[in-house]
Design a protein. Structure first.
Length: 761
């Protein structure tokens, strides 16, 4: 082989690389793109054509650099199998990975490619779209120890909105924000970006995030309007940072502490904050910046404030011309003074006016002014709106008339969308529920969405969701479509977040909960069709949120279901919803209040369902559990005993509720120190769960853990340790090492081992 190739490798005195980038020759362009993205994050990257110098003997330097790298990234394409030298490099990397001194990351550039040279053993990434390079680079940086890349390097929130192509007029504001970020190098600087709806607060914050992405280790977005999204977004950051917690709310608190103590630089946006409660989890200290956007003018946030104002006339005029220039160049040459005078520099209104003009090459701003002026006064006179808001709604009327002309279901669809939460409405939901929209077809819904997007009434994203601006949503609700809320109810009630992937299911659940609670909040008299189904869905959501550790959101969802039960006069739903709300209260520590609700439900369920109904047994078990949580075993134990007896008689010995009742009674005996009665019950429950559910089912693993703890309490530490190690093996297989249950078992093992080595034992 030739002694000289390519162009710049290991420079004198250097002996380590963060990343070695391997590729087949046809994949060079993609390798260069990834190289640039990784080096922007501060990583030392070896790429042959960038890192070899003239005169280097590449057969010697490449293996040397490979062995000196912490991570080997392999770009895999159809050419990889025939790339002889890359095969040799992968073999070296795998041998080092086996002894734990190196990480191997295969990245597939095309779909349907086999894993070459044994790389199937590693967790691979896919990179089919070049626009994903920053996300890929961030994930690689997250696994690289990286001398120059701190923990969390490249962590960038997927919730950060896209900045519109024609974003303009905010350079001074962004410079001011950037300057204030720089002045708070080691303390949190809180900016409260205030302003009325439509002024562009969120867009300014998003532009700041994207501009500072290359300079910071963590850039994160928190949707702070609803408790579900607030906690879920912070918990998602915990996952990206490798922070493990038993619940989403615990994960959010751990993220808060991590941000306050990390050496990495960060920027976190709390968007659309409505109350001080939404800021309880913001970092109070640390090497970063918190940005708060809000329309609440009297919201007290420590730190400085910065207002997002209306556009000056000159900026508004320039925006209008720039926005239409490509699609309608003749309109871009018009005098737009009349438009600017009517819209007063409100960016949302300017965007809609420009979208109307840009739609067809024969439209002019003068024509738009005449349409606007034909709308005398406020188009929704039942409300006395401030002048700027009335301006926005008159602009909305012009745009919706145009969208409705293009797609006859556009206005009715927008009226329904107005009752959802304003962000990330899944478009497949709308297609699935098309028949509920006056008999529309999925194609009709698609056409309506396209028209609404064209006229800037909604924003469609690449992830197949859409956003409705809050001003437009408020205007649509005031328009008074009588069936709009019913459509929203029926659309939501059709959904089910079930998914085999718990991460996907969790994200889908948060999305569903956010929209379901937004729709439920608008329901009153008269009650729309679909409200009852929405109530049952909210009750299920409450239980699922509680399993994720979102206690506060679970209580809110349960309360929403309970309110709907009263509106639809459904006592069965009321009992189920009260159970869910009380369970959340108990988990939050409000045990006395939970006991009162469970006690009321026990009486109500006997009347509504009957004493032998499964719901009545559930209510008694819930009340017993609350007494146990309060430490009142005198009240708890007889209730547990009666519940187990009735479950065995009514449901049978193998019913899940029977097994749960036996487990709970054993726990009460254990709490009371009665291990003679507790141990056989735990043993029987374990045997039945192994027989019915299998050895690796989460409930079986929980039974193993519980039985082990009774042996620990009895001083039989050897037996306890053996059971816990068996449980840990099952957890690792079935749940993964990061699962909260796995962590609990691991902690119990450590406690037993410490107890076994304590002096005198």
């Amino acid at each position: 082989p030739p002694a000289v190739t390519y162009s710049a490798a290991m420079r004198p005195g250097e002996d380590r690389w963060d990343v070695f980038l391997a590729h087949a020759s046809p994949d060079k362009p993609r390798a260069r793109i990834l190289y640039q993205a990784l080096t922007t994050l501060g990583l030392e990257v070896f790429l042959d054509e960038e890192s070899l110098q003239p005169g280097d003997i590449w057969p010697r330097e490449i293996p040397r650099a490979l062995r000196a790298s912490d991570v080997v990234v392999v770009l895999v394409s159809a050419a990889t199998e025939t790339a002889h030298y890359e095969g040799e490099e992968i073999v070296i990397a795998i041998s080092k990975a086996r002894d734990g001194s190196q990480r191997v990351v295969p990245i597939h550039l095309e779909p349907g490619i086999d894993d070459p040279y044994g790389t199937a053993m590693f967790n691979r990434m896919t990179w089919h779209d070049e626009t994903e390079v920053d996300a890929i680079a961030g994930r690689i940086a997250g696994v690289a120890p990286g001398r120059s890349a701190p923990r969390g390097a490249g962590t960038f929130s997927p919730q950060i909105p896209e900045v519109p192509e024609h974003f303009t007029g905010r350079d001074g504001l962004l410079e001011e924000l950037a300057a204030r970020m720089g002045s708070g190098a080691t303390t949190t600087l809180v900016q409260r970006i205030q302003g009325m709806g439509g002024v562009g607060k969120t867009t300014v914050a998003a532009a700041l995030c994207r501009a500072h992405r290359p300079l910071l280790d963590v850039v994160w977005w928190v949707r702070a309007e609803e408790p579900t999204t607030l906690v879920a977004d912070l918990a998602s950051l915990a996952s990206d940072l490798g922070i493990v917690a038993p619940s989403d709310e615990d994960a959010a608190r751990k993220v808060q502490r991590w941000l306050e103590t990390t050496d990495g630089r960060w920027l976190v946006v709390f968007d659309n904050v409505g109350s001080a409660d939404a800021l309880a989890l913001r970092p109070r200290d640390g090497n970063g910046t918190v940005i708060v956007t809000t329309r609440v003018r009297d919201l007290h946030v420590p730190g400085s404030e910065l207002a997002v104002d209306l556009f000056p006339n000159a900026t508004a005029a320039r925006y209008l011309r720039d926005r239409v220039r490509d699609r309608n160049p003749r309109a871009a040459e018009e005098d737009v003074t009349a438009v600017v005078e009517r819209l007063g520099g409100l960016p949302l209104a300017l965007e809609q006016a420009a979208a109307w003009v840009a739609k067809l090459p024969n439209r002019r701003f003068a024509h738009w002014v005449s349409l606007f002026d034909d709308l005398t006064g406020d188009p929704f006179p039942a409300k006395n709106l401030p002048p700027d808001q009335a301006t926005a709604e008159k602009t909305w009327r012009v745009s919706i008339d145009a969208a409705n002309a293009d797609a006859p279901f556009a206005e009715r669809l927008l009226a329904g969308l107005a009752f959802f939460a304003p962000e990330q409405i899944p478009i497949p939901w709308l297609r699935d529920a098309s028949s509920d929209l006056d008999g529309a077809s999925p194609t009709d819904v698609g056409d309506a969405i396209e028209a609404l997007h064209t006229y800037a009434l909604v924003t469609v994203s690449e992830d197949d969701t859409l956003d409705v601006h809050r001003v437009i949503g408020a205007a649509s609700r005031r328009a008074g479509d009588p069936d709009a809320l019913g459509f929203a109810c029926r659309c939501i009630a059709r959904q089910d977040p079930d998914d085999n992937d718990p991460v996907v299911a969790g994200a889908a659940l948060v999305t569903l909960a956010t929209h379901a609670m937004a729709v439920a909040a608008s329901i009153g008299e008269p009650v729309p069709a679909g409200a009852s189904n929405l109530g049952y869905l909210l009750n299920g959501i409450s239980q699922a949120l509680l399993s994720l550790g979102q206690v506060n959101a679970a209580a809110i969802s349960g309360a929403a279901a309970e309110r709907l039960s009263g509106l639809v006069d459904d006592e069965r739903l009321a009992i189920a919803a009260r159970n869910s709300r009380a369970s959340a209260l108990e988990e939050a520590g409000a045990v006395t209040e939970a006991i009162e609700i469970f006690d009321h439900n026990l009486t109500a369920s006997a009347t509504v369902f009957g004493r032998d109904h499964e719901m009545h047994l559930t209510c008694r078990g819930n009340l017993a559990g609350a007494y146990r949580a309060a430490g009142n075993l005198t009240r708890a134990t007889p209730l547990f005993e009666q519940t187990l007896t009735d479950c065995e008689r009514i449901l049978g010995p193998d019913h899940p509720n029977t097994l749960l009742s036996r487990n709970n009674l054993a726990g009460a005996y254990q709490d009371g120190g009665n291990l003679t009665r507790a141990t056989p019950l735990f043993e029987q429950t374990l045997a039945d769960r192994e027989r019915i559910l299998g050895p690796d089912h989460p409930n079986t693993l929980t039974s193993l853990n519980n039985l082990a703890l009774t042996h620990q309490d009895a001083g039989n530490l050897t037996r306890a340790l053996a059971l816990l190690e068996e449980a840990l093996d099952g957890c690792d297989r079935a749940l993964g090492s990061d699962n909260p249950t796995t962590q609990v078992v691991q902690n119990n093992i450590e406690r037993v081992r410490r107890e076994m080595t304590e002096p005198g034992d």
